[in-house]
Design a protein around this ligand. Structure first.
Ligand code: 6PG
Length: 241
């Protein structure tokens, strides 16, 4: 089991600053012993500020020519769509840094079915890692229903016998767009580290259910990376005083 740590911050801004600093240090530490750093980006709104902070010059600097970007999940829409996770990352981070296009590995969505897009992305990962994916850091958000990436409780992804590394599905009706592609739990859990970013009082219940009560019915509960699991939360999500 990984070492799990919670970092509580006064608000979303301070949480984002802390997660940015930790990411920079993780990149610096890993690049001391290998040539590339593989970073998986989360979707949704919580990580936007973190991405903006990673895009600015700060110490330690991020050598973007040695960083490879992947996505934890994607909606089956074009990058130009306002709900695209790739589009959000390009707007907040990628367009502002000098990263080679060959270092950017989006989940391609120009497919009729999520399952086809998933198979295509699985090939991208297996080709890049010359075998099973082994990300250096995976960034994840947490839904109010305990989902993470596009792994939803209704699908019971933690019970899948052999889910592979990437899965395609229709998200439950409350989530739009419904066509989704997502890393599986085995792909996430082969990572060295995972950072959860959880902000806002609306996330308090799912944070407690996943982190504290470890409710087995919730996919996020089954996130267990090889080395370290960090929860970056703000006081509103943490709850209490
Ligand atoms: C997505 C995300 C998803 C997200 C959570 C939290 O594509 O929607 O990957 O798992 O991280 O739903 O979303 P917010 O950060 O917007 O609350």
């Amino acid at each position: 089991m990984p070492t799990a740590m919670t970092h509580i911050h006064s608000d979303h801004e301070e949480m984002s600053q802390a997660a940015a600093g930790a990411t920079r240090k993780a990149v610096e530490r890993v690049l001391r012993r290998q040539d590339t750093f593989s970073l998986v980006l989360a979707g949704g709104s919580t990580p936007k500020r973190l991405y903006e902070l990673l895009a600015v010059e700060d110490t330690p600097p991020i050598p973007w020519d040695q960083v490879h970007l992947f996505w934890g999940d994607e909606r089956l829409v074009p990058p130009s769509d306002p709900t695209s996770n790739e589009g959000m990352a390009r707007e907040t981070l990628i367009d502002a840094v000098d990263i080679p296009a060959s270092n950017i590995h989006p989940i391609l969505t120009a497919f009729d079915h999520p399952e086809t897009a998933a198979k295509a992305y699985e090939k991208v990962l297996v080709d890049f890692f010359a075998g099973p994916p082994a990300f250096d850091l995976v960034l994840l958000g947490l839904g109010e229903d305990g989902h993470t990436a596009s792994l939803f409780p209704e699908d019971r992804p933690h019970e899948a016998a052999d889910p592979g590394w990437v899965v395609g599905m229709q998200a439950p009706p409350r989530h739009s767009p419904r066509g989704r592609v997502s890393l599986t739990l085995p792909a996430i859990n082969r990572a060295r580290q995972v950072y959860f970013l959880v902000s806002g009082e609306g996330k308090h219940e799912s944070l407690v259910a996943v982190r504290d009560q470890q409710d087995p019915a919730l996919p996020a509960t089954h996130v267990a990376p090889e080395e370290e699991l960090h929860w970056f939360v703000d006081r509103a999500a943490q709850g209490g005083t």
